[in-house]
Design a binder for this molecule. Structure first.
Ligand code: NAD
Ligand code: MG
Length: 353
């Protein structure tokens, strides 16, 4: 039996995780939490909002699935890493914002960090058992989102409804907007840097509209290993929760003879500047990734509320990154302060946009 704590149980990832948990009697849901929707009865221990670390202490899980959206997921990530409890991580924002602090906590705790993000689950599988010097580079794929192929002029007046219509993945609203701006791939670039210890110049992003290849690793001998499958988050969720067993899922095996389009091209960094801004923030290091994430969260919320035009999301993030000092966080307090300052700066910009 594996004791599972599911944090963010009411979201897109959370609901799919419940389906996986329901299909495996060896996975026992011992605790569940949500941000605001009541969930009494879903698990022996439940909580809605507030400090979730007390719930985790009482639940004594073997694995925590962090499916919270945004920086709010940070305490859960740090709790699991610090204690050496396996962390199945969907909440990429916490790793992006707290990279070094999170890795130091994992070092002390000694537990596993299993990515749930589909590209990173794929990369984890391509890289597992390889030493870093064998790796030439890692490739993350991006669907390109609903606005792939459009020009900046064509994006000026897009509405939240249009941005929420993702072509290949059905996800929560924040990550769906991030997919439309390519900020999601920017966050994933930084996430991959921390997960796999690769320098940024060894991580490439390519657009791949059908989302069948999730990631690909190139090796020094000229070989490349790719991870393929239909876009369905139940696969990486199940992989992380049942690791290293790779349990069965209801997802159909890949049909090759029926026809499969594997097309790749370079991302349009001028139309979607948030990808290049993430690379720059990652390379600068310190609390720049934290500021990037915080600014993006605030700008996306403002866009969804109709307070900020689509193209101003990237402008707001760029302006915030130019205004913060980006100094490295010595501790959690520094990090929380960097997050707060970036939010304050971005709120000001969203208010005058
Ligand atoms: P969602 O908006 O559908 O769900 C978010 C969940 O977090 C909800 O259960 C909500 O109640 C909970 N939550 C929000 N604030 C909270 C707080 N302060 N404390 C506790 N719980 C809180 O989001 P989602 O699409 O399921 O995404 C969750 C995470 O997984 C995000 O980090 C996202 O980037 C990542 N992710 C999602 C997908 C996907 O297919 N949905 C794919 C890859 C990665
Ligand atoms: Mg992803």
């Amino acid at each position: 039996m594996k004791r599972v704590a599911l944090i963010g149980a009411t979201g897109s990832i959370g609901r799919q995780a419940l389906e996986i948990l329901g299909a495996h009697s060896e996975l026992e849901l011992v605790a569940a939490a949500s941000g605001s929707t009541p969930i009494e009865g879903l698990a022996p221990l439940t909580q809605t909002g507030g400090d979730l670390t007390g719930l985790l202490e009482r639940a004594e899980p073997d694995v925590v699935l962090n499916a919270v959206v945004g920086f709010a997921g940070l305490p859960v990530t740090l709790w699991a890493l610090e204690r050496g409890v396996d962390l199945a991580l969907a909440n990429k924002e916490s790793l992006v914002a707290a990279g070094e602090l999170a890795l130091a906590a994992r070092e002390r705790g000694g537990g596993r960090l299993l990515p749930v993000d589909s590209e990173h689950s794929a990369a984890f599988q391509c890289l597992e058992g390889r030493s870093p010097e064998q790796v030439d580079s890692l490739v993350l794929t991006a669907s390109g989102g609903p606005f792939r192929g459009r020009t900046r002029e064509e994006l000026e007046d897009v509405t939240p409804e249009e941005a929420l219509a993702h072509p290949t993945w059905s996800m929560g609203p924040k990550i769906t907007i991030d997919s439309a701006t390519l900020a999601n791939k920017g966050l994933e670039l930084i996430e991959a840097h921390f997960l796999f210890g690769l320098p940024y110049e060894q991580i490439e992003v390519v657009v791949h509209p059908t989302s069948v290849v999730h990631a690909l690793a190139r090796f020094r001998d000229g070989a490349a290993l790719a991870h393929l499958g239909y876009p369905d988050m139940r696969v990486p969720i199940s992989f992380a929760l049942t690791y290293p067993d790779r349990a069965a899922t209801p997802v159909a095996p890949l049909d090759l003879a029926g026809g499969l389009t594997l097309e790749f091209h370079a991302p349009d960094l001028e139309t979607f500047p948030l990808l290049a801004l993430a690379r720059e923030a990652g390379e600068r290091g310190g609390t720049y990734p934290c500021a990037y994430n915080a600014a993006n969260e605030v700008a996306v919320a403002a866009f969804l509320e109709g307070r900020l035009p689509f193209l101003r999301i990237a402008d707001a993030v760029e302006e915030t990154l130019a205004a913060v000092d980006g100094a490295a966080a010595r501790d959690l307090e520094d990090l929380v302060e960097a997050d707060r300052e970036a939010r304050r700066l971005t709120e000001q910009r969203a208010a005058i946009a």
